[in-house]
Design a binder for this molecule. Structure first.
Ligand code: ATP
Length: 332
């Protein structure tokens, strides 16, 4: 049965990688229709709106969004579009799987870490206050409700997918009340999952352990800011930002996007790596019960990566985005 989804093309490398991904999905004959919208800085300059009303309406109708990176214009009055979307649609679980790929040579070949990043609060509520000329306060919010649901999701995921351990990452030794509450809730919920090992680590120690012994980590659950930083670190362990997909799930809506930003330094050069967005699209297909298409696409990508003949420059190749995309389509 055909399903319709919403697609945001975004800024920077966004349009190039969206075109590449849609070409691959079409070549795989995925039964999807697309409602495609220009959003972000470029759209703001054209039509005075960062996200057109019709784009919001489409997402509200279809409930599923494949989103390219978008640039929030710098300056007063612009709240990050990513943060806005996550908050507006209560996309509270940001799930970021970092898995070594046999074809991408990195220091470690055994990384398989999935980060559950709380997506709606922490310092990302964006509440900052100028106290005086030399002082600014920023508000960090941690609530029981948001902490409980992301921690439960992490354990439920671990249970469903046969993962062995869930690690809570925090800074409760300093932020005793906020992170302290997150950690206490974690410990409480962990008791309901005796079959899954659980532990906790302070965020700075986590960074050191991750770059020395990534094999010690399985599922990570953590508040918003640490999740943002740690998941970029995990992308570095598997070969870079061009390879890290993500999904943002709420109880009603789902948004799928690459972890990286709009990469203005390489925009328009036809050298961006579309893999992170393509793998995000595969997570979307899994979510839509279209696993067989996702499996076929992942297999084609793996074959192209393994052959190493047609890779984009960020993973030591010299192919263009289009050539890489054509190589995947050929495998399909
Ligand atoms: P944001 O703040 O929105 O996350 P950023 O400016 O911190 O964005 P990115 O836009 O993610 O960071 O880019 C960081 C670096 O990684 C840049 O040098 C960019 O060219 C590179 N990069 C990001 N995504 C890709 C990609 N898909 N393919 C190749 N290189 C990429």
């Amino acid at each position: 049965m055909m399903k319709t989804i919403t697609v945001f093309k975004g800024d920077g490398i966004g349009p190039e990688i969206v075109d590449a991904v849609l070409n691959i999905l079409n070549a795989a004959q995925v039964p999807l229709n697309y409602e495609i919208f220009e959003v972000g800085e470029a759209e703001y300059k054209r039509n005075g709106k960062l996200i057109p009303d019709a784009a919001y309406a489409s997402f509200e109708k279809n409930k599923v969004l494949l989103k390219a990176p978008i640039t929030t214009p710098i300056g007063k009055g612009f709240r990050s579009l990513n943060v806005t979307l996550r908050k507006k649609y209560d996309l509270y679980a940001n799930i970021r799987p970092a898995k070594s790929n046999a074809a991408i040579k990195t220091l470690f070949s055994n990384v398989d870490i999935i980060t559950f990043r709380e997506n709606t609060e922490d310092l990302y509520v964006g509440v900052e206050e100028q106290i005086d000329e030399n002082t600014v306060y920023a508000t960090k919010i941690i609530t029981k409700k948001a902490s409980e649901r992301i921690i439960k999701d992490a354990f439920e995921y671990a249970k469903k997918h046969g993962r062995k351990k869930v690690t809570c990452v925090h800074k409760a030794n300093i932020l005793k009340m906020s992170d302290g509450m997150f950690l206490n809730i974690f410990k409480e919920i962990a008791q309901a999952y005796p079959e899954i090992e659980s532990d906790d680590k302070i965020v700075d120690n986590t960074c050191m352990q991750l770059v020395m012994h990534p094999e010690k980590f399985d599922v990570i659950v953590t508040p918003n800011l640490y999740g943002d930083i740690i998941s970029d670190l995990t992308s570095g362990l598997i070969g870079g930002l061009g390879l890290l997909p993500s999904c943002n799930l709420g109880s009603e809506y789902a948004m799928f996007e690459a972890v990286h930003g709009s990469a203005p330094d390489i925009a328009g050069k036809n050298i961006a790596n579309p893999t992170a967005l393509l793998w995000s699209a595969c997570m979307m297909l899994d979510n839509l019960d279209m696993q067989s298409y996702a499996t076929r696409i992942r297999k084609a990508v793996d074959e192209v990566l393994l052959e190493s003949r047609c890779l984009t420059p960020d993973i030591n190749g010299n192919a263009t985005t289009k050539q890489y995309c054509e190589a995947i389509i050929e495998k399909l």
